[in-house]
Design a protein around this ligand. Structure first.
Ligand SMILES: O=P(O)(O)OC[C@H]1O[C@H](O[C@H]2O[C@H](CO)[C@@H](O)[C@H](O)[C@H]2O)[C@H](O)[C@@H](O)[C@@H]1O
Length: 390
């Protein structure tokens, strides 16, 4: 038996209850996934949160109920089908009080950033591009590309993705950005001169390089082990691998998880996390999107600065590591892209990539205006000085 914590909230009373439940799981059964979120956010709103460990310990016998709740949570975490149960409006209202729209809070966000350098961190899938069934078809729109290009003119900007760096670069195609691929394990500075850091192109960080042959090997093993499951896509993301089950029959998800887990038994130096209908296989090293964010801030010369304001926008569990770092640093904030209430360390929310684009455009417009204002003030000062001299 293992003890599990379940947080249940009543949207009407606003009461959150942390319940400890006993589950019939052999205490030595390893969790299928490690948790991205170590603890609930300060006030989790009204979303029902079942500990990830509970959801994914689908090992051994007597696992039917747990597989069902895990399948439900997976379905809810990435609702692309109409048949997904919509969340209750009370739940949404209460969650958005805790994580208001970054568009509604735009003025407050700008006020908080006054006198500080905003640095932008953007996840790719589900943030800049809509979630689609085929990972190779996850294109971002030209309008979004133009917006990100303008953004990078005014703020240092990095793309932080679970995809391998080359692949995400091929989707974004903006040489002036920083790129952190493979969940931050492959970082490179702009290949085109950046006005924020001279010689930025020299930045390169690959903390998991020794895992390259192992990832290649496990990628092949995963292809082989999952070949009979219709709809599975296995992706080689260089320093990590992804097993997609978006197009797999939901009845087969539990079985697939077991298959992936059994492949990983041979690779104790690899761990399993999960994203939006995807199993992510990664080295056990202590490196994630949060570490990548810290590394990039350091590379940009903001390691111990108080006058920096990092903004991280992402939609996935793996982005929680970055949201958490921002909360712990007490700098900037995270924005979760989600239409449904989720347990998150982010402060604000946006519903979908189209809202992300509106938010980024507003940032650009605000910066342009404030630069113009500064320029006018400087010119007036010069004119006053000149008239005093005459
Ligand atoms: O960190 P990200 O940039 O968000 O990358 C996370 C994973 O994103 C991709 O998968 C997700 O998007 C696909 C395309 O919309 C979708 O089909 C899939 O279900 C999602 O999980 C990417 O393919 C993975 O390699 C990334 O790890």
């Amino acid at each position: 038996m293992t003890q599990q914590n379940v947080v249940v909230s009543d949207p009407k009373s606003g009461i959150n209850l942390a319940i400890s439940v006993k589950l019939q799981v052999p205490s030595n059964s390893p969790a299928l996934f490690t948790t991205a979120v170590q603890k609930p956010p300060p006030a989790p709103g009204s979303c029902i949160t079942i500990s990830r460990k509970t959801l994914v310990e689908i090992n051994g016998n007597n696992n039917g109920a747990r597989i069902n709740s895990w399948v439900d949570s997976m379905r809810a975490s990435s609702p692309t089908h109409h048949k997904s149960t919509p969340p209750l409006s009370d739940d949404i209202n209460s969650w958005t009080v805790q994580h208001p729209s970054a568009l509604d809070m735009f003025e407050q966000i700008i006020t908080a950033s006054k006198g500080k350098q905003i640095v932008m961190f953007l996840d790719y899938d589900g943030t800049l591009s809509p979630i689609v069934e085929d990972p190779d078809q996850a294109f971002m729109s030209e309008a979004m590309r133009a917006t990100v290009r303008k953004l990078a003119r005014y703020f240092p900007t990095a793309i932080v993705s679970g995809r391998c760096r080359d692949k995400v670069y091929n989707f974004v195609r903006l040489a002036e950005l920083y790129y952190a691929g493979s969940h931050g394990m492959d970082i490179k500075g702009p290949s085109k001169g950046s006005k924020y850091k001279k010689g930025a192109e020299a930045v390169l960080c690959q903390p998991a390089s020794e895992f390259l042959p192992m990832i290649d090997e496990v990628y092949k093993a995963l292809i082989d082990a999952t070949k009979s499951t219709e709809g599975v896509i296995v992706e080689n993301n260089k320093f990590c691998a992804s097993v997609h089950f978006r197009c797999v029959d939901e009845k087969k998800w539990g079985e697939l998880a077991q298959v992936v887990r059994s492949v990983l038994k041979e690779y104790p130096k690899l761990r399993l996390t999960q994203g939006r209908k995807v199993f992510e296989i990664r080295p056990t090293i202590k490196w994630d999107k949060g570490k990548a964010l810290e590394f990039l801030l350091e590379s940009l010369g903001y390691a111990n600065c108080t006058d920096v304001f990092p903004v991280y926008i992402g939609d996935d569990r793996t982005d929680e590591d970055a949201f958490k770092v921002l909360r712990e640093r007490g700098q900037g904030f995270g924005i979760l892209v989600s239409k449904i209430p989720k347990d998150t360390h982010a402060s604000y929310s946006l519903q979908e990539p189209s809202e992300v684009m509106v938010f980024l455009r507003r940032l650009v417009e605000w910066k342009k205006l404030s630069l113009r204002r500064q320029f006018r003030i400087r010119r007036q000062i010069e004119e006053i000085k000149a008239s005093l001299r005459n």
